[in-house]
Ligand binder design. Structure first.
Ligand code: SF4
Length: 235
């Protein structure tokens, strides 16, 4: 009962200092995100957005020598969480990126493993949400090439992901989630305002020109053409 008289943040600090490992789960616990957007006093365990200005301090290390291990996402993928816990239990360490996220899951982009990558490369836009064809980067705001996650490598419920179901990636594992107009690509003179990391505007324009000129015709057709489906035999 004594502990309940203390402010919650003090209890968290005390427990963190006694813990072998400290793991933050979900974007609000990792970066502050939606609550922090409303109130500048809100910080998370080690970060506030991408700055190391969290409750435990930038130099915090748990008893086993790691900073806060951050499993970001809104929501975070349960397999990334469980596998990180197992790795900590059995190996006592996990390689982390600069935002404290396990590289095993966050060194990749959502784009890696997306079944629409051919459409991306040949600059074939999706015409509508929820369809099988086209890439959602050019019109519908997909953040797949800019977002660190394993959503298309380790599928949700083992079967799907946002982009597989025809919805754009919202970038929910990053510190700047959520953004406005999640279903829209911001364009600058017809070119996406944000390009994938290390892709220059010049390179993008050159590649886009070549890709659009030589797009294979098959990528412009429906994958499943229901109009040409044979009717079942009537008995
Ligand atoms: S839909 Fe998104 S994740 Fe998939 S290929 Fe296009 S940009 Fe990449």
């Amino acid at each position: 009962m004594k502990n309940l008289e203390k402010p919650f943040y003090e209890i968290v600090r005390e427990l963190a200092n006694l813990s072998d490992f400290v793991v933050a789960l979900g974007n609000c616990a990792v970066y502050g995100n939606i609550p922090a957007l409303k109130d500048e006093k809100i910080v998370e365990l080690q970060f506030r957005f991408k700055e190391k200005e969290g409750l435990l301090g930038k130099d915090f290390r748990s008893k086993r020598g790691l900073p806060v291990v951050n499993i970001s996402g809104c929501p975070a993928h349960p397999e990334w969480f469980i596998n990180t816990l197992l790795e900590l239990k059995h190996r006592g360490k996990v390689p982390l990126d600069e935002l404290g996220r396990p590289k095993e899951f966050y060194a990749y982009f959502t784009h890696d493993g997306c079944i629409r990558v051919q459409y991306y490369e040949w600059k074939v836009e999706a015409e509508e949400l929820g369809t099988k064809e086209g890439c959602l980067f050019y019109k519908f705001g997909c953040r797949g090439p800019l977002t660190h996650s394993s959503c298309n490598r380790i599928l949700w419920n083992g079967v799907s992901s946002k982009t597989r179901s025809g919805q754009p990636c919202f970038g929910c594992t990053e510190f700047d989630f959520p953004r406005e107009n999640l279903f829209e690509t911001k364009l600058n003179m017809g070119i996406p305002a944000e390009l994938p990391p290390e892709v220059s505007l010049r390179a993008y324009i050159m590649m886009a020109g070549v890709a659009k000129t030589f797009t294979p015709k098959r990528l412009k057709r429906k994958l499943i053409d229901e109009d040409n489906e044979e009717a079942p035999n009537e008995t």
